[in-house]
Write a protein that binds this ligand. Structure first.
Ligand code: GAL
Length: 725
């Protein structure tokens, strides 16, 4: 080949390459038509944001600012995807996004789901609703998901986000092999593997946030810290709650309290149901004079016994309400149960509500509310085409209603330096710093436990409340679960049940309530960690993946391991969960004689006896009626109120238990339990250190750290639970 031939060949080859390349690119462009790359902006270390269009009603208007310092402490991280593969498209009415997803990735989160943990291969319509029916219709449908690869995605939208998690296949995507159904056997798939998460929502704007994390827990921490950190409830909120029958009068409540005393049951909060009001539903928010002739005296009488009062209400205003005429100008086009629907996005409406509630309830010492019916079925609540005076879309108002109310009441009380703990039946994005626990009318025990696990994955608190039972066995089993949850509550609004309603198990019910109360120093510290580091107090087992160092994710680059997420997959269970950093809770359900428990990596010990039970394996435990199976991690330090101490003392003597053989240390938190003074340093942290003496015996020491005068716990009695076992 001569020089000129060579050069011609080169030219032809280059021309071929050029044509091939441009065809390929243009083909790509055609295939991706309508999709643009998302533009990411770093907002904090390990947190990025992409904006598409403009949001109307921003859920972040109802959250507190990010805890930037704590996020910085988690450290820098690199962007977890190939940014070029993050795409969006916008039509005049809808915004869609597409984010990459690898075959082995597991996906968790998406709000308060009552089923399963791994969300892959599903489509969810994330709509605030009474639970049930369509996937994603739930009390708190938070559009936040976490990947096993070490990142989380929040789709910030006030609209109902519809999300396809690894299902639906674009023509230009990485398609799996095409299989003939007739001959393909089980290779044919009704939901062919997809290489993306695709989501969309109606509206003119959407924000997408990405949160990095080396473990699922760290992703959750970043999300919670971004939403203002977790909530630290008042101590009384973590005590025993009893909601009385809806028709109860003040005299009935006094009698009920006397019965609690007679039966020797702790009682911290009395919840009044609709009948405390002169009209419900819709609501008057005014006391019913025949049942509560002197509400001030009533709240005082309870307060003298150390009992708080919580009031049920729904947001729909009755014509007979004393706030009716002031709120009416700020209400929507439709009624709910023939009551006015206030537009609480308007400051004027907020003022009416807060002014009324301050004067009629909070000034008397009422501690908080049960915000009911902020979810509701479509047949009850306002339609999507309703209009509101602020001009906000009715769907957006509905999606955010529960969140707005939680925020308003909590921030109102914060100004008075009063912490509150409420109940709410719907929540949404950015709720981790909300002092409210979600509940439901739905009443299935096992799904209640699943909801408890799932709530931890999206900044929510949930109570598997107890109302009634078909047998003494069910009664004690449900009590055991609710005592190991964010709110220990008997909701007897229609059943009129009492903790001693099933005499066969009364002693066991009392024991578990007392155990929960004795665990307050441990639980309160767990909530302090939620508040300061975003680490949830009650956790799904997948949040324990970081327990063993060798399982740490490194941005999904563990490709030399066949299944890098094997340990995580083992922990995808929803019928057990963690309380605080060390206690594994494995509820028993009615009828079960034994149950399987998945122990995360490491050694585990029985809470009650300190006996070794297993090492990172699955075990089967026998059911005993009086005890909920509890297990403690090796080196677990559990501070409890010492036996016989006043369960309501702020600085009781402690029994500090140590489990297993590993030396460890634990930071015990305490403060006044009621105010926000802790934000200005009024708290104490005591380091509890377990080490070995020269002879090898374990010893415990208490080290003064940031002790703030007044919140120091009393004497400590160390208990070596596993020594010699
Ligand atoms: C329901 C609520 C129940 C109870 C009842 C009172 O909507 O879920 O817990 O409060 O209202 O009418």
């Amino acid at each position: 080949m001569n020089q000129s031939m060579l050069s011609n060949t080169k030219t032809i080859f280059c021309l071929f390459l050029f044509i091939y390349h441009s065809t390929y690119l243009s083909a790509q462009n055609t295939k991706l038509s309508g999709m643009d790359q998302m533009k990411w902006k770093k907002v904090l270390p390990g947190v990025w944001k992409a904006e598409i269009g403009e949001l109307q009603l921003d859920p972040f208007n109802y959250t507190n600012p990010p805890k930037a310092k704590a996020i910085q402490n988690l450290g820098e991280a690199s962007f977890p995807f190939d940014a070029q593969k993050t795409l969006h498209h916008q039509t005049p009415t809808r915004i869609g996004i597409r984010l990459p997803l690898e075959e082995e990735e597991k996906i968790y989160g998406l709000g308060l789901e009552f089923e399963g943990i791994n969300r892959r291969k599903q489509v969810y319509t994330l709509k605030v609703d009474h639970y049930g029916g369509v996937k994603g219709y739930t009390h708190a449908p938070v559009p936040f998901y976490i990947s096993s690869k070490g990142y989380g995605v929040l789709i910030n939208s006030p609209q109902r986000v519809k999300i396809h998690v690894g299902v639906s296949n674009r023509k230009d995507s990485q398609l799996p092999e095409l299989v003939d159904r007739t001959t393909g056997g089980n290779k044919w798939a009704a939901r062919p593997l997809s290489d993306a998460v695709e989501a969309s929502a109606i509206g003119t704007g959407m924000e997408v946030y990405v949160f990095a994390g080396n473990t699922v827990l760290e992703v959750v921490q970043r999300y919670n810290l971004f939403c203002g950190g977790g909530v630290l409830p008042p101590k009384w909120g973590l005590g025993f709650w009893h909601r009385v029958h809806t028709q109860s009068s003040d005299q009935d409540v006094y009698k009920e309290i006397a019965d609690f005393e007679k039966n020797d049951f702790p009682l911290d909060v009395i919840g009044l149901e609709p009948g405390w009001q002169s009209f419900a539903y819709p609501c008057s928010y005014d006391w019913d004079e025949s049942r509560f002739p002197d509400p001030g005296k009533f709240v005082d009488a309870l307060s003298q016994k150390g009992i708080k009062v919580n009031l049920w209400e729904n947001p729909y205003v009755a014509p007979s309400s004393s706030m009716y005429s002031s709120i009416k100008p700020y209400t929507g086009s439709h009624t709910v149960w023939l009551g006015e629907v206030p537009d609480y996005t308007l400051e004027a409406a907020q003022k009416v509500l807060l002014g009324h509630h301050q004067k009629k309830h909070l000034d008397l010492g009422v501690s908080g509310y049960k915000l009911d019916e902020v979810d509701g079925y479509d047949v009850w609540l306002w339609p999507d085409h309703a209009s509101f005076p602020s001009g906000h879309d009715a769907v957006e108002v509905r999606q955010l209603y529960g969140l707005i109310l939680q925020h308003l009441l909590q921030e109102h009380l914060r100004k008075q330096n009063r912490r509150t703990y409420n109940l709410v039946r719907s929540s949404y994005i950015g709720a981790s710093d909300k002092s409210a626990v979600i509940y439901s009318d739905y009443y299935q025990h096992k799904p209640y436990v699943t909801a408890l696990a799932n709530s931890s994955l999206t900044g929510l608190l949930w109570t598997p409340e107890i109302r009634s039972a078909k047998s003494a066995e069910e009664w004690i089993r449900r009590f055991q679960t609710v005592c190991f949850s964010p709110m220990m509550m008997l909701n007897a609004w229609y059943s009129g049940t009492k903790p001693w309603s099933f005499p066969e198990v009364t002693d066991q019910v009392r024991e578990v309530i007392v155990l929960r109360k004795r665990l307050l120093p441990y639980l309160y510290t767990a909530f302090h960690n939620y508040q300061s580091s975003g680490s949830p107090p009650f956790r799904a087992m997948v949040l324990e993946q970081g327990f063993a160092e060798d399982e740490k994710l490194v941005g999904g680059q563990l490709d030399d391991i066949t299944n890098p997420y094997a340990e995580l997959q083992r922990l995808e269970v929803s019928d057990q969960y963690m309380m605080g950093p060390s206690i594994l809770v494995a509820p028993i359900f009615t009828g079960e004689k034994s149950r399987k428990v998945i122990l995360p990596k490491g050694k585990w010990y029985d809470f009650y006896t300190g006996q070794f039970v297993g090492d990172g394996e699955s075990i089967t435990v026998k059911a005993t009626l009086g005890q909920i199976p509890l297990f403690v991690k090796d080196g677990g330090i559990i501070p409890m109120i010492a036996e016989g101490e006043d369960l309501n003392s702020d600085t009781p003597k402690l029994e500090v238990r140590h489990y297993g053989t590993t030396t460890a240390s634990y930071l015990l938190y305490n403060d006044d339990g009621v105010s926000y003074d802790f934000e200005n340093g009024a708290y104490s942290i005591t380091e509890l250190v377990v080490s070995r003496r020269k002879g090898g015996k374990l010893q415990g020491k208490r080290k003064l750290t940031t002790a703030y005068q007044g919140f120091d716990y009393g004497k400590i009695d160390w208990k070596w639970m596993s020594a010699g076992k």
